[in-house]
Design a protein around this ligand. Structure first.
Ligand code: FAD
Length: 185
């Protein structure tokens, strides 16, 4: 089973985690719940008429963990590539963790971590393709770091989902759809 480390526990990171964990992929999310969602109240999230940002985060965190994602309440201080794996260090943990894939979903402040992997940009934010791929193989940037000026919760969640599907498709060697049907009566 391939593994992914996600840096950032806002809508982008948790959405990527949900899709990956739901498809039996090993996934660890780092973050201390410092998301801007705690200042938001959503009336613009399709399918959810009205929810506070904090309540949204509680539901999202439970959804991801119930499906098997591991949430670690620590901030990532450094990341490096070593023998084809991405190794992250945190302030709270003595031992570094590593994975085959890395999703950076930490918002604007995570730009320095992307830079340390050689992902640079002429302007604020990071350029990515429609799946959140960066110029570094198996490193994705999703959410506010990719769209610093036009950030919305549903867009970040969508970007996280797109990156997760790309990882699952890469592992499967074919396009993956995460489609469920209603239970039979
Ligand atoms: C006042 C206000 C009101 C808003 N209202 C709305 C609204 O009504 N509707 C709407 O759609 N959007 C709204 N937004 C925007 C919404 O909050 C963002 O679009 C959304 O939070 C972006 O999600 P994200 O996952 O991309 O990034 P973020 O939510 O910024 O999440 C990034 C997470 O990564 C963590 N992190 C950063 N660096 C690290 C690191 N090194 N290691 C570990 N973790 C790290 C951060 O602590 C944070 O928890 C509002 C924002 C504000 C400020």
């Amino acid at each position: 089973m391939a593994s992914t480390i996600i840096i950032g526990d806002g809508p982008a990171g948790l959405s990527a985690a949900l899709f990956l964990a739901k498809n039996d992929h090993h996934v660890t999310v780092y973050g201390t719940d410092g998301t801007a969602m705690h200042w938001a109240h959503l009336h613009n999230y399709l399918g959810v008429p009205d929810i506070g940002g904090t309540a949204f985060q509680e539901v999202a965190r439970a959804q991801a963990t119930d499906l098997g994602a591991k949430l670690v309440a620590e901030e990532v201080t450094a990341v490096r590539e070593e023998e084809g794996r991405f190794v992250v260090s945190t302030e709270g943990s003595a031992s570094a963790q590593s994975a085959e894939y890395l999703v950076i979903a930490g918002g604007k402040t995570a730009g320095k971590l992307a830079e340390s992997l050689g992902i640079t940009s002429e302007h604020e934010g990071v350029d990515v393709d429609q799946d959140g791929r960066t110029g570094v193989d198996r490193v994705y940037v999703v959410g506010r770091l990719a769209r610093p000026d036009r950030s919305q919760a549903i867009i970040s969640a969508g970007m996280g989902a797109a990156a997760a599907l790309d990882i699952l498709s890469t592992e499967a060697g074919d396009d993956v759809h995460d489609w469920d049907s209603p239970p039979k009566e």
